[in-house]
Design a protein around this ligand. Structure first.
Ligand SMILES: [Zn+2]
Ligand SMILES: [Zn+2]
Length: 334
């Protein structure tokens, strides 16, 4: 047995390290920089080069952190460990572990669509695969990235015609940068400082983002009239947001595929854009691994693992503490 699901996190038994642990441990191998996977208090971190500045920005400069390139193989207590693109956000990785010829892959969060910013998802053959299931229901079917971008651009044009300010709400790490890229060249982009802070982490590793202004909603908001503004989900319903002149706001989240999504009722528009795989994406990724055993974590674990078993893929549900980031909690349907 190579992996064990413990109360601290996913443990690699011979390697003596944890993957995305939620309790303090000696060595944490991280799939990516979202808060539910990258927590503080670890003695040492191992992650992709691009995740390192994100950890510095979110956890602190003083952490001990080793970073690697995709595909680079490390030997940790006899286990061959390598990171492979997960396509979820910048630096996101699937963790491949090989011990005595047996291979396990922990995918963290992943998406199959190429968003043009994250390194595209790569499928890795293995004996055992750990998959998320955030959008593991057949109703979740994303449009192509090009079609999503066109929808957003059309909405901005429509708002301009109606004298409205276009406010996009998206998770500050991953989603906001995709929104920026989708709207590049349309008009001046104004982003909240919490997003700008993460943009700097992106830019520090050489990712080219469109030009933007950093804004603080505690300051005067008149100059935003008619422009494009990008804010994190925490600011929805914030009185400062409501004072943006002539505001129309859109939520960008996979949950927007469901019309009843709690937050969408008060929003002017919703775009089903996600950094997670949709139903078909999850299934195709799992099939491509050719794994004989699949473990389903956070999301629609019961429905999704039942479906896999029905189509002849051995799957079980495992309990983890992932899935409580902004994308997966703020917009949860009732
Ligand atoms: Zn994530
Ligand atoms: Zn997550």
């Amino acid at each position: 047995m190579l992996l064990k699901f413990t109360s601290k996190g996913i443990y690699c038994i011979p390697g003596k390290f944890y993957i995305d642990p939620w309790r303090p441990v000696d060595l944490a191998v991280l799939t990516h920089g979202h808060a539910d996977h990258a927590r503080n208090g670890m003695k040492k971190y191992l992650c992709h080069h691009f995740t390192k500045p994100i950890l510095h920005s979110r956890i602190g400069k003083e952490i001990e952190c080793q970073s690697v390139e995709y595909g680079e193989v490390l030997n940790i207590n006899g286990v061959k460990v390598s990171l492979h693109p997960a396509g979820h956000i910048i630096g996101s990785a699937q963790i491949r572990m090989e011990y005595k010829g047996y291979v396990c892959v922990v995918s963290g969060d992943y998406k199959i669509q190429d968003d043009g910013i994250s390194t595209p998802f790569e499928s890795v053959r293995c004996n055992e695969f750990v998959s998320e299931s955030t959008f593991g229901l057949p109703i979740y079917n994303w449009l192509s990235v090009g079609a999503q971008e066109q929808q957003m651009r059309n909405w901005v044009q429509q708002n301009k015609t109606n004298g409205k300010t276009s406010v996009f709400i998206g998770y500050s790490l991953g989603k906001s940068q995709r929104i920026m890229k989708a709207l590049e060249g349309l008009d001046e982009l104004n982003v909240h400082y919490s997003i700008a802070k993460l943009n700097e982490a992106y830019e520090s590793v050489g990712v080219q983002l469109p030009d933007y202004n950093t804004i603080d909603l505690r300051e005067d908001k008149k100059h935003l009239d008619g422009k494009i503004v990008i804010l994190p989900p925490a600011l929805i319903d914030n009185p400062a947001m409501k004072k943006i002149p002539n505001l129309a706001y859109a939520i960008c989240s996979g949950w927007m595929q469901i019309r009843g999504a709690r937050r969408w009722r008060s929003a002017d528009a919703g775009f089903a854009i996600s950094d997670h795989a949709d139903w078909q994406g999850l299934i195709s990724a799992i099939k491509a691994t050719e794994a004989e055993k699949v473990h389903i974590t956070h999301g629609q674990t019961a429905v999704f693992s039942k479906y896999l078993n029905e189509i002849g893929i051995f799957a079980d549900e495992v309990k983890t503490e992932y899935g409580n980031d902004e994308e997966t909690t703020e917009f949860e349907p009732e």
